[in-house]
Design a protein around this ligand. Structure first.
Ligand code: SAM
Length: 221
């Protein structure tokens, strides 16, 4: 078992990335559990999680800390949020998801993880959850929608602390299937720049996710 430098809470266990299980003996998405020196680790499947794929592809700016407050947009049934919940064991992850079906699994998962708060709402309407949230250190967005950059910026402007970090997983095919992904990534980056967001790092998620790019960002002003 090896702890990864610069990647708080991420370990290498039996040649795989992993997080320490906040809820020992319980699996979230069928992942393997491995015991080492009295602790239990959950193997992080980079083919099921874009954050896992970004780490495997050398993500350098990893903003998560043990006490981070995170706003997660597009939480689905909680695969990636569960690993974030392991990492930020003293923090909170607010998980926004608008599909009632996904929300049922997310609510179930949140019952056994007291740093995960599910929010059934539409991430294009960030004012809807103003009463529930406080300012966060990280806004993480993975919604696979045509307006993904716009909703990411709206949430960043409303909820991100000035020194906070935003991470967006851009899915080119959700924006326009007729354009080349390379062109779409360029266009989305320039949208972010025009919107006052500085892109600090870009990570292509191939071969784990086709036509996806992770962008790590900050508020420029
Ligand atoms: C690619 S999946 C997310 C996978 C998840 N992030 C993970 O890694 O475990 C995208 C999710 O975003 C949700 N979604 C799409 N548009 C949304 C919106 N406007 N508000 C909230 N959730 C949305 C979808 O219902 C879907 O569950």
């Amino acid at each position: 078992m090896e702890k990864l430098e610069n990647l708080t809470g991420v370990y290498i266990v039996e040649d795989h990335i992993a997080t320490e299980n906040l809820n020992p003996t319980i699996k979230v998405y069928g992942e393997r559990l491995v015991e080492f020196e009295g602790k239990e680790y959950r193997i992080w499947d980079q083919r099921r999680s874009k954050l896992g794929a970004a780490i495997m592809n050398g993500m350098d700016m990893f903003p998560f800390e043990e006490d981070s407050k995170v706003l997660y947009l597009g939480a689905s049934s909680g695969t990636t949020p569960s690993h974030i919940s392991d990492i930020i064991s003293e923090g909170i992850v607010w998980c926004v998801e608008f599909s009632p079906r996904m929300m049922r699994s997310l609510v179930e998962l949140s019952r056994s993880r007291n740093n995960m708060i599910p929010i059934l709402d539409d991430a294009t309407k960030p004012l809807n959850y103003l009463q529930i949230l406080e300012k966060v250190d990280i806004v993480y967005s993975d919604v696979a929608q045509p307006k993904q950059s716009e909703l990411f910026m709206d949430n960043m402007r409303l909820y991100l602390k000035p020194e906070g970090i935003g991470i967006i997983m851009i899915k080119a095919r959700s924006i326009d299937v007729t354009k080349s992904p390379k062109k779409i990534f360029k266009e989305e980056e320039s949208k972010l720049k025009k919107g006052g967001i500085r892109v600090l790092e870009k990570i292509n998620l191939e071969p784990y996710e086709k036509d996806h790019m992770a962008m790590v960002c900050e508020l420029a002003f």
